[in-house]
Write a protein that binds this ligand. Structure first.
Ligand code: X8Z
Ligand code: ZN
Length: 649
């Protein structure tokens, strides 16, 4: 997490926005936000004298100090809560969130008087803008409403974090608890057991679990979010109030105002990127549906239909890597079984973390601080409730970085480790910046760093570190490797887009509370070509069963990161002198690539993101040609395989 987001935040990297000569978007100053709290109300009664550039600089310096204090207090309270959820830690975290929300919102409102001051330095002007756009959840003016908002966020976060579904028929999927009897008596009637998200996810991931078991796990997890429905509705009302009070039409507009372009320009740019990658997604969807049809039959997966959401190996159908064995192009050829390698080497979560760190240090980057190893939560601790969703933390803005993960020994978590460490290294390299610049160039950059390195986890690299005996030596095996990667990276694209499409419409009021669930499934169907395996209704609240909704973490960042990481990979590979196909490149061990990366990380949010993009790639726009180029051989294969199939849904 980046402690600056105002909510159960974790990695929530906030925004940045450009005020410069060439910026298209200037905030609407015609109707300055209403003042907040007694102090500012007094100010409003007696208009302040015109502010000077010096005062603005002093204001920003003070805010940086105030933010440091407030964020650190909040981060500590949240760390304790998320690694040990109890009514007491909930209450303390809520207090800290409330205090930060009050502080940040008050400062945003105070900052209005400096906005148009002549002679502002570029840095001060940018920090003023980042302050205004940086919060994921501005507080409403009213103290009571602000506290209510903080309390709703805590309640939803805890409901998600402690959510369980109890079942007899899925009891065999529960992890053996240390105090459970070692030998199960086969004839004994099954006891009801309450399963966590991790355990329910295993049912969906397991190629041996039945259609019915998968369905029960899928439905079961969605029972945990039903109580969030009314809370979320109120949360939206209050969040929107807060956004209006700082001059945005709603919370969605605030979230879209962070990309050095207008919210409308952002939507157009995102649509441009989606149209670039959609044909590749459609081809993958068509192929995967055809292969799954072979297993489940046409009655379950009809031609030209959507894919039932519980058959793609993931609770939200967001990445499909777990069904790789069912859809591998060349089943006889060796594939990359990283999990097997990890288990064979008897690696523990800590060893996996060390492997992740060694990738970063191989690029000439520093080692993680000693405190990282002492203070991180790398495995799920026994006997207490924790938020298992992986996150990276910067507690002090001065090197106390950590991860919180319930790591399991498998390939997916090895990749997640690289993802989280990418956040931690960003923290470490922009530590010299003022707090308001201690952000990613935009939030998609923050999400894309670790993933960029993970793209270099090639067969050759795995051989180098002893996780694979031999790199696959022919085109068929190579295609298997590309397929495995596409099942994560290409499959994710529409999912990365639709969560915030849903929230933008919810925040703007286009989607009414009575339509929450229907609107969600309409988007899943439209973008992913996936549908709920059983009828859903407005008594359900399926969006709440995805972490980022109750946690209020914006999601567009992951869509952008999915595009950017291939752009970064292409640029870093160029720096290593790599020629040839992009999917064959690994930057591991290359200092020139490391230097380029470090230079970009150190900028933080001090420049508009196109400048950071230039620093690493020489390009100044997001460009999906890198992801398309990377998967070009697979794309040709998919087209060939899909001949005679009716694609689309
Ligand atoms: O939430 C995450 C990370 C933490 S920033 C584990 N991710 C998204 C998700 O799990 O839905 C990474 C990829 C997408
Ligand atoms: Zn992340």
């Amino acid at each position: 997490m980046l402690p600056r987001s105002l909510f159960p935040l974790r990695f929530s990297v906030s925004a940045l926005a450009l005020i410069s000569a060439c910026s298209g978007y200037q905030p609407d100053t015609a109707s300055p936000p209403a003042p907040v709290g007694a102090q500012t109300q007094e100010v409003a009664a007696t208009p302040p004298p015109p502010a000077s550039a010096e005062e603005a600089a002093k204001f920003i310096a003070d805010v940086n100090e105030g933010l440091r204090k407030s964020y650190v207090e909040k981060a500590r309270a949240e760390w304790i809560q998320e690694t040990n959820i109890t009514p007491d830690t909930d209450a303390l975290a809520e207090q800290a969130r409330d205090a930060t929300m009050a502080y940040v919102t008050a400062k945003i409102k105070e900052s209005v008087r400096f906005r148009d001051v002549p002679g502002l330095s570029k840095d001060v002007a940018r920090q003023l803008e980042l302050l205004r756009r940086g919060t994921d959840l501005p507080a409403p003016n009213d103290d009571k409403e602000r506290r209510e908002l903080a309390s709703l966020a805590t309640a939803m976060g805890s409901t998600y974090g402690t959510g369980k579904y109890c079942s007899k028929s899925l009891a065999k999927f529960a992890k053996k608890k240390p105090d459970a009897p070692k030998v199960a008596v086969a004839s004994a009637p099954a006891q009801e057991v309450c399963l966590t998200l991790g355990e329910l996810s295993h049912v969906l991931e397991d190629p041996k679990s039945s259609y019915e078991e998968k369905l029960e796990a899928w439905k079961g997890w969605r029972t945990i979010s039903v109580p969030m429905r009314d809370q979320y509705q109120r949360f939206v009302e209050l969040g929107n109030k807060g956004a209006k009070d700082i001059g945005f039409s709603d919370l969605g507009e605030l979230w879209r105002a962070r990309y050095d372009m207008t919210p409308a320009e952002l939507e157009t740019d995102v649509e441009r990127l989606w149209q670039q990658v959609k044909p590749l997604y459609d081809d993958l969807h068509c192929y995967v549906r055809g292969e799954l049809q072979k297993k489940y039959g046409k009655d379950k997966i009809p031609d030209k239909g959507t894919i039932p959401a519980h058959l793609l190996g993931n609770m939200w159908s967001q990445t499909w890597g777990n069904i790789y064995p069912q859809v591998a192009p060349h089943k006889g050829e060796p594939s990359l079984d990283v999990t097997k390698g990890l288990l064979k080497k008897k690696m523990k979560p800590l060893d996996m973390m060390k492997t992740g760190e060694s990738f970063f240090t191989s690029l000439g980057m520093k080692s993680l601080p000693k405190t990282f190893w002492e203070r991180s939560m790398i495995e799920q601790p026994p006997g207490r409730e924790v938020v298992c969703h992986a996150s990276a933390w910067d507690l002090t803005f001065a090197g106390d970085v950590r991860v919180k993960m319930c790591t399991e020994v498998n390939e997916e978590d090895l990749i997640t480790i690289h993802h989280e460490l990418g956040h931690n290294y960003y923290f470490l390299y922009y530590n010299e910046q003022p707090i308001l610049f201690q952000e990613g160039a935009n939030d998609g950059f923050h999400e894309g760093i670790g993933d960029t390195l993970a793209l270099s986890v090639t067969p050759e690299y795995l051989v180098k570190i002893g996780l694979l005996e031999r790199a696959p030596g022919n085109d068929k095996a190579e295609l298997n490797v590309l397929m495995r990667r596409a099942l994560d990276k290409v499959a994710f694209l529409p999912f990365g887009l639709l969560i915030d499409k849903w929230r933008w419409d919810v925040f703007s009021g286009k989607t009414k509370p009575t339509q929450y669930n229907q609107a969600w499934w309409d988007l899943v169907q439209k973008y992913q070509g996936v549908s709920a395996p059983v009828a859903r209704s407005e008594a359900d609240f399926d969006p709440g069963a995805k972490f980022h909704v109750p946690a209020n973490v914006p999601y567009l960042r992951y869509f952008l990161a999915d595009i950017y990481q291939f752009q970064f990979h292409r640029a870093l590979c160029k720096a290593t002198g790599h020629t040839g196909p992009l999917h064959k490149c690994s930057i591991h061990g290359n200092k020139a690539a490391g230097d380029k990366l470090k230079a970009m990380l150190a900028l933080g949010a001090s420049q508009p993101w196109p400048e950071a993009m230039k620093a690493i790639s020489g390009e100044s726009k997001a460009d999906a040609s890198a992801i398309l180029g990377y998967f070009a051989p697979l794309s040709a294969y998919l087209k060939e395989q899909n001949k005679g199939r009716q694609c689309g849904w």
